[in-house]
Write a protein that binds this ligand. Sequence first.
Ligand SMILES: [Fe+2]
Ligand SMILES: [Fe+2]
Length: 279
Amino acid sequence: MREHVDRLGAEHPPIPLDSADFTMKRPDLLVSRFGATLAYMTRVELEVERNVLELNLLLPDPPPVDKYFYDDVWGPQEIHHGLLLDRMQTLAGLPVSAPNVDKIDFQLKLLGALAHLSPIQDISRMLYYLTGVATEKSAILAYNLLYKGLLDLGEKAVASTIIAPIRRQEPGHFAYYKIAAIGLWNDMAPWQKWLTRLLRKQSFEVVGAYNRRQRAEFGGVMEDIGITADGDIGIQKYAQQVGQVEMELLWAQKQGLQLPTYVLDSFRSAFRLFRRSSR
Ligand SMILES: [Fe+2]
Ligand SMILES: [Fe+2]
């Protein structure tokens, strides 16, 4: 694990902010096609700052390698993703992002208090890894689609000097969480696995959404980047990829189930909310 993190840190330093070429041919068109997507992704990347505070609360006594990963490698990389996207969107004419970087949800505080008990902390840690897996997979897929979308608009500069370098850093994050999740799952007692399944089912959320409005916004992102171009089939394919690791880990005993229902349900519901709010 440590080697993986060493390698990520060495091969992927935070993207230098002056390495980006912010030239946009038609910023107005770019905003009308992908403005909402850019704003959403910028916020989620910048909120990593709060995620690190939450982690310190949730995992008062984390394995050193986790702390090393999120403090020294993951955090700085994601913040630069956010700063680059924020600069791009403001240059395109959108408002500066207003992420929530310090307000922590009450439920998390409660879980944080319980996390001082080590068997409980293992469960929090498992949920953190699972969220990481789903979040990073969502990011990889979204950046792939956004990259193609920007090229289709002829916006080569921003696609290749901003979106492409960002998307190159996400698979390493995904791999970290996946390896960590598999390792911890295999060490868990049956009651911990049971509780993890229960909590995961209840707390799964589409990436970056903490309320109804944000859920609807994510539904809009799904439409703008083309996930829903083929209707529900597209949502199913997307959910399948996002939920694959936890399907194989948490629900392996459920014969015939293709993906966890709660994963598909939350993507469908985000899209429905968006449709309703945009009419
Ligand atoms: Fe990122
Ligand atoms: Fe990431």
